[in-house]
Design a protein around this ligand. Structure first.
Ligand SMILES: *Cc1c(COP(=O)(O)O)cnc(C)c1O
Length: 358
């Protein structure tokens, strides 16, 4: 067998239940953008059928869900990206985020019969998307006059919720309160996974977890297990060769790794074209037949070399786990100078996703 991503459906469902317990008074908008962070959006949506809604980042992602018969609320997180998308968004019965004046104008020209629940996004300090809080009331009033405007809600996004000591989160919450006071009573949504786990005071009516559903931690340290989350994706491949490299032998492109003494090396059928990062640090951890081993030399497109010093009995055909149970993606991400988000979304199309049943 070659490179494959095994997706543990029961773990995904269990993580949703864990997050619900962490935010017991909120409804959960499960974030399944980017093909459910590389796991597979349709299967993820079916597995997360207990969610109160789904959120995606592209109209095309919403279309895939509706074509698969998923009937739950689907929010387009940044709203439409061009005015011509309004008609399809209406046909797909999406909830829309409105984060800029031009989207308001586009909605004024929505086709007859279009009808949306709208989430007005205020920029409380991240300075990415959103209406300035002092203009929230004006935008709100304009939205309310539109025939296509259904229920209106207020949302924002926190920039530093992964850092519990950041003063910026408090500032953002204060600005949100101003906007909320200006528009009056409505439902709110402020937090992603980090805010859900670290800022209970900001849970409000709707939480928007992404990464935590997939079992990784949104924080800079630790792993999903710190919050009772289970790993969902395991990236596996197989040893397709082994050999003993003599002392002084160089391994891989550029010969960057040099054997200090005779070393048995295994070659795993996985590389950066599968999404295993080329820039993992020397000595990055992998499991070979369940034993922790180290990557040696440069990761190449289809192959990765591993020192078998700690798995002396591993042979050709042994399973290699790049991340999964026993090797949190959080730890692999740190070894690659990145975050679990990029590991998951970076797994490429040639890697089959094998779902286990709920
Ligand atoms: C992606 C996204 C989320 C989910 O973020 P995680 O860090 O994966 O939990 C929530 N809200 C918005 C607006 C997003 O873009």
């Amino acid at each position: 067998m070659t490179a494959r991503a095994v997706i543990d459906a029961p773990a995904l469902a269990a993580n949703l239940a864990t997050l619900r317990r962490a935010a017991p008074r909120s409804r959960v908008m499960a974030v399944i953008k980017a093909d459910a962070y590389g796991h597979g959006a349709v299967r993820a949506a079916r597995t997360l059928s207990a969610a109160d809604g789904f959120a995606v980042a592209r109209l095309s992602e919403a279309r895939v869900l509706r074509e698969a018969g998923i009937d739950t609320r689907v929010l387009l997180l940044s709203g439409v990206h061009a005015a011509h998308e309004v008609a399809e968004a209406a046909a797909l019965r999406l909830d829309l985020c409105v984060q800029h004046d031009w989207q308001l104008t586009a909605l004024q020209h929505a086709p007859d019969g279009a009808f949306f629940d709208i989430w007005l996004k205020v920029d409380t300090g991240m300075h990415r998307l959103g209406i300035e809080p002092q203009f929230a009331r004006a935008a709100w009033d304009r939205l309310r006059t539109l025939p296509c405007c259904g229920e209106l809600r207020l949302m924002t996004h926190l920039a530093s919720a992964d850092d519990a000591t950041s003063p910026h989160t408090h500032e953002q919450l204060e600005r949100f309160c101003l906007a909320s006071a200006a528009v009056g009573e409505c439902e709110h949504s402020l937090v992603n996974s980090a805010g859900l786990l670290a800022c209970p005071q900001a849970h409000a009516q709707w939480v928007r977890p992404g990464i935590a559903l997939y079992g990784a931690s949104p924080m800079a340290h630790g792993s999903g297990a710190d919050f009772g989350l289970q790993p969902v994706m395991s990236l596996h491949s197989t040893l397709i060769a082994d050999k003993t490299v003599p002392a002084g032998g160089r391994v891989g492109y550029g010969g960057h790794w040099v054997a200090g003494k005779a070393t048995r090396i295994g070659i795993a059928a996985i590389g950066y074209a599968d999404g295993y990062p080329r820039h993992v640090a020397p000595g990055a951890p992998v499991l070979v037949a369940g034993q922790r081993c180290e990557v040696v030399g440069r990761v190449s497109m289809d192959l990765t070399a591993i020192a078998l010093t700690h798995a002396p009995s591993a042979k050709v055909g042994a399973t290699v786990t790049l991340w999964g149970p026993g090797l949190p993606p959080d730890e692999v991400a740190r070894a690659a100078g990145t975050i679990p988000y990029t590991l998951f979304t970076g797994v490429t199309a040639r890697v089959p996703r094998e779902w286990t049943d709920v």
